[in-house]
Design a protein around this ligand. Structure first.
Ligand SMILES: [Zn+2]
Ligand SMILES: [Zn+2]
Length: 275
């Protein structure tokens, strides 16, 4: 049973993503069955893996699949045309050219790996020194600040992403307080630019057991003047569409937010959080 009205899930992947599993129609049917009122499809476009992921073709497949459900299902649910731009700052020219190919409602900005490095999920934290882990995290937050300053997205996704894997590897002694200054800079940049912060709820169903970022950071974003907040399950499977969205709304409310946001034609639209 859903607790909140107007459940909005703005982050999910179809089989057009390299790690996706279901069609846009299957994901949409699951959203309807789970009382989600608004969804955005946000297939991966990791710009630094353009060749390896065959993104020229995948982007087209993704957009056409999304358009087919926009046309056939929009009488039942609000469907937004989105994309998750990974590492856009690593090749801004290619990013901008690719974004101009289609008319998107909503663009997610994210970082999954450092330059010329594997995904943070593919690093071995078990045998890594504490200094090395903090060094990687420092570089990650530097990249997130650069991404925020680039400003070509609508919401900044899963801030603290590497922690999902660091905690999973049993390194629970690693904590983020030394990065609070740069995280404040990231929030201030988003706020000054009128961009949103994402609460990514996928961590709630993973060993870390928390949203990305965690509630403390969502509260800090609010304290600094943050108003635009998006929620996303980051579902790669039909059973995860809408997962954790109620908990995300509860976090947003506890942090002082009265509204969540979705984007249409790249413009923010606020929706009241209501039970
Ligand atoms: Zn992502
Ligand atoms: Zn994603």
């Amino acid at each position: 049973m859903s607790v909140y009205k107007n459940r909005i899930d703005l982050h999910m992947h179809t089989s057009s993503s390299f790690d996706g599993n279901y069609s846009a129609l299957q994901m949409t049917e699951s959203a309807i069955a789970n009382s989600v009122s608004t969804i955005a499809f946000t297939d991966h476009f990791d710009v630094d893996f353009y060749e390896r992921h065959n993104l020229g073709v995948r982007q087209q497949t993704s957009y056409e699949d999304i358009m087919s459900v926009v046309e056939s299902q929009s009488d039942k649910i609000r469907i937004l045309r989105g994309i998750e731009m990974g590492q856009p700052t690593y090749d801004i020219k290619l990013t901008e050219k690719s974004l101009a190919r289609y008319e998107y409602d909503f663009v997610i900005g994210s970082i999954h790996n450092l330059r010329e490095m594997p995904d943070f999920g593919d690093l071995d934290y078990k045998s890594m020194t504490e200094d090395k882990i903090y060094d990687l995290l420092g570089q990650y937050f530097d990249e997130m600040l650069l991404l925020a300053k680039w400003n070509g997205f609508d919401t900044l996704a899963h801030l603290t992403y590497p922690m999902r894997y660091i905690v999973q590897a049993g390194r629970s002694e690693i904590e983020l307080s030394r990065f609070d200054g740069i995280i404040d800079d990231i929030f201030s940049t988003l706020i000054a630019n009128g961009k949103a912060l994402e609460i990514n709820t996928s961590g709630l169903r993973q060993p870390i057991g928390k949203t990305m970022p965690t509630e403390d950071y969502v509260r800090r974003y609010r304290e600094l003047g943050g108003e635009l907040l998006t929620l996303g399950s980051d579902a790669h499977f039909t059973e995860h569409v809408g997962a954790g969205i109620d908990e995300g709304y509860a976090i947003a409310e506890r942090c002082g937010f009265e509204y969540v946001t979705y984007f249409r034609d790249r413009k923010p639209i606020k929706v009241k959080i209501e039970k």
